[in-house]
Design a protein around this ligand. Structure first.
Ligand SMILES: [Zn+2]
Ligand SMILES: [Zn+2]
Length: 189
């Protein structure tokens, strides 16, 4: 008997089995490139862009960007990977036999961290969703990491001293996070 885990995957199936079953169902070609990309993603820790994953490929595998993107989409569809759509890129992480978790993201440097806190699930279970059965809950908490907080503080000082024309566009964009922080302080206590 195969047991289904929380994510609905059959835990006795290997990632290889899951990918093979999915591609068979969809009538897709089972290319060695797709399996090689899957192997890399299964070994990955943390969250990585398609370009980063491309650099992790074994040297004897010359896969195109297109193949990387389509295979990553395939891995997400069959439940072996999760994707996170960030401002600058989509990041992927292994989902096979890894506990479900939430994330927090720095809007300054776009770094992403894992977050495990059952109070999020508890809150979600209390939320009423009329005529709607809940399946799962993914939470992203956006904020500013300590490195970007220090960067913001330095920028604030610079903006007080320097003339408008000496402030770059990027610095102005970054400084706007301060306004967001001030607003957030009103309701995030
Ligand atoms: Zn940051
Ligand atoms: Zn994660």
């Amino acid at each position: 008997m195969k047991k289904a885990n929380k994510e609905g995957l059959h835990s006795t199936e290997t990632p290889h089995d899951i990918l093979t079953r999915y591609m068979t169902e969809k009538g897709m070609r089972k290319t060695p490139e797709r399996y090689a990309i899957m192997e890399v993603v299964m070994k990955m820790t943390g969250h990585h862009s398609a370009d980063e994953i491309l650099t992790m490929m074994p040297e004897n595998f010359h896969v195109s960007r297109g193949t990387i993107y389509s295979t990553l989409a395939l891995l997400v569809e069959c439940g072996l990977a999760h994707s996170h759509h960030m401002e600058v890129a989509t990041l992927y992480e292994c989902a096979y036999e890894r506990p479900a978790h939430h994330h927090y993201i720095c809007t300054g440097c776009q770094k992403i961290w894992d977050l495990q806190d059952s109070s999020i699930e508890q809150a979600a279970s209390k939320v009423k969703t009329p005529r709607f059965k809940k399946l799962r809950c993914n939470t992203y908490i956006y904020g500013i990491c300590n490195i970007c907080q220090a960067k913001l503080a330095r920028l604030k000082k610079k903006m007080e001293k320097e003339k408008e024309e000496n402030i770059t566009k990027e610095e102005k964009r970054f400084a706007r996070i301060n306004e967001e922080l001030a607003k957030a302080a009103e309701w995030f206590k």
